[in-house]
Design a protein around this ligand. Structure first.
Ligand SMILES: Nc1ncnc2c1ncn2[C@@H]1O[C@H](COP(=O)(O)OP(=O)(O)OP(=O)(O)O)[C@@H](O)[C@H]1O
Ligand SMILES: [Mg+2]
Length: 418
């Protein structure tokens, strides 16, 4: 019989997984499809039971109609691939460690009662796969059960709703040493299948909102509450000589708000958002006025060459920027109801096409919403004051046209297309 010391095991692991290797009561890996979450936890499990022949572990799903729908096949394949098959006895229902009391079992939470769950007391760990499906009841049963000193519960999931039980379990635990949470998507997975990339790219062009949910692990947003539901789409395009524009807008940041710029064009009654000032390094938050012109030019090439309408609440900033790098900046005009008028105007286009590179604008298209009544779920006419910075910048950019239409009283609202 072989018994292995820890140092004999060498696992090649992806970088995103590193925080999960230190002990913690609750470990979570969430994100879009094909991130490598299941493979990682399966490998961690095999590693633990190889090192400790008495390790007892349960792989859980909310509903497990049969073992076919469990992680058993994956765990078995990992045991084989890692070269430890001689240490295990694999039966139809479980995996036993030869040379100790160690075992891995596979269960559905829906099959458990408050009594039956107690069979898991004394286990060293549990892994809740597809934990977006976990009910609050299941977590209430499971969490107090896995209570052996040093035991851990792992959760892997594709986010669905913001208030799902597993999300609530991890919310606000960033500085709690008992919790570790990593977010991972297919782009972080060094073994991502070529097919996943192809599928993700196709989805990105077809339906950006679904792409963010399925592939980037964004919540499954209920689009009915979106202000621009049915009006916007993602795409790739190159403005041509006969396009009208560009129209550029700038919204100034405050303490926690980003500074945002956008550039748009109009062609055949479609509005095209070509650039936004998306910033991976978050330099857009707390951006100094001195740095604004260079930063903006980096995000929106050649921004200084065209008119740029900026929030008129900051005349001194506008005056400074006009003298420092943005000679064509001007204050936008506002009037009572200008927000509503602006939104109405944007809805008169046949479509608002947002270039796929404009990641912040796309994010705001998904998240700029009407308020929703918490109890009834009804969509209210009031606008939620959030995720609106790029839309504000876009309204400023188009301000003169919005005003003309307002004065002419000719808002022709297009019908929703979904
Ligand atoms: N450690 C690994 N070794 C080899 N291939 C891997 C490894 N991790 C991930 N892969 C490859 O990446 C693919 C996606 O991994 P995995 O199924 O673990 O992702 P996931 O995040 O669980 O996805 P889903 O959300 O769809 O369940 C696998 O089908 C496999 O091809
Ligand atoms: Mg998986």
């Amino acid at each position: 019989m072989v018994d292995l010391a820890a140092e004999e095991l060498t696992l090649i692991t992806p970088q995103w997984a590193e925080p999960l290797f230190a002990p913690a009561m609750y470990k979570g890996a969430k994100g879009g499809r094909s991130g490598g979450k299941s493979h990682l936890f399966a490998e961690m499990l095999v590693e633990n039971i190889v090192i400790n022949p008495d390790y007892q572990f349960v792989c859980i799903r909310e509903i497990q109609k049969s073992l076919k729908y469990s992680a058993k096949k994956l765990v078995e394949s990992k045991i084989r691939a890692m070269g430890y098959i001689s240490l295990f006895k694999i039966t139809d229902t479980e995996i036993r460690r030869i040379g100790g009391q160690g075992l891995i079992i596979f269960q559905g939470m829906q099959d458990h009662t408050a009594d039956s769950i107690k069979s898991l007391e004394g286990f060293d760990g549990a892994w809740f796969e597809e934990a977006q499906n976990a009910s609050a009841r299941s977590l209430e049963l499971l969490i107090p059960t896995i209570r052996k000193e040093g035991s851990e519960i792992w959760f892997s999931w594709n986010p669905d709703q913001r208030n799902d039980a597993v999300e609530n379990h991890f919310r606000g635990t960033e500085s709690d040493p008992d919790f570790v949470l990593v977010t991972v998507n297919y782009l972080d997975n060094p073994w991502r299948p070529a097919k996943s990339i192809k599928q993700a790219d196709a989805q990105k062009l077809k339906d950006y909102e679904r792409f963010v949910h399925i592939w980037l692990g964004g919540y499954n947003t209920k689009s009915a509450a979106q202000i621009f539901a049915g009006y916007w789409e993602s795409g790739e395009f190159e403005p041509a000589d006969d396009w009208e524009g560009p129209y550029q807008g700038l919204d100034f940041g405050f303490a926690n708000d980003p500074t945002c710029g956008v550039r748009a064009w109009i062609h055949k009654n479609k509005l095209y958002v070509e650039y936004d000032s998306h910033d991976d390094d978050e330099q857009d938050i707390g951006l100094e006025l001195d740095d604004t012109a260079d930063w903006l030019d980096d995000k929106i090439p050649g921004v200084a060459a065209y008119a740029l309408k900026a929030d008129n609440a900051r005349p001194e900033s506008i005056s400074y920027l006009r003298r420092h790098g943005l000679p064509k900046i001007e204050a936008c005009t506002k009037w009572p109801g200008s927000v509503e008028d602006g939104l109405e105007y944007l809805k008169t286009f046949d479509a608002i096409v947002i270039h796929v590179r404009c990641r912040s604008m796309l994010e705001e298209a998904r998240l700029y919403c009407y308020k929703v009544d918490k109890r009834s779920g009804e969509i209210l006419p009031a606008i939620q004051d959030d995720h609106n910075h790029r839309w504000d910048a876009l309204r400023y950019a188009l301000g003169p046209m919005i005003k003309q239409q307002r004065q002419a009283g000719v808002f022709v609202k297009k019908k929703h297309r979904n």
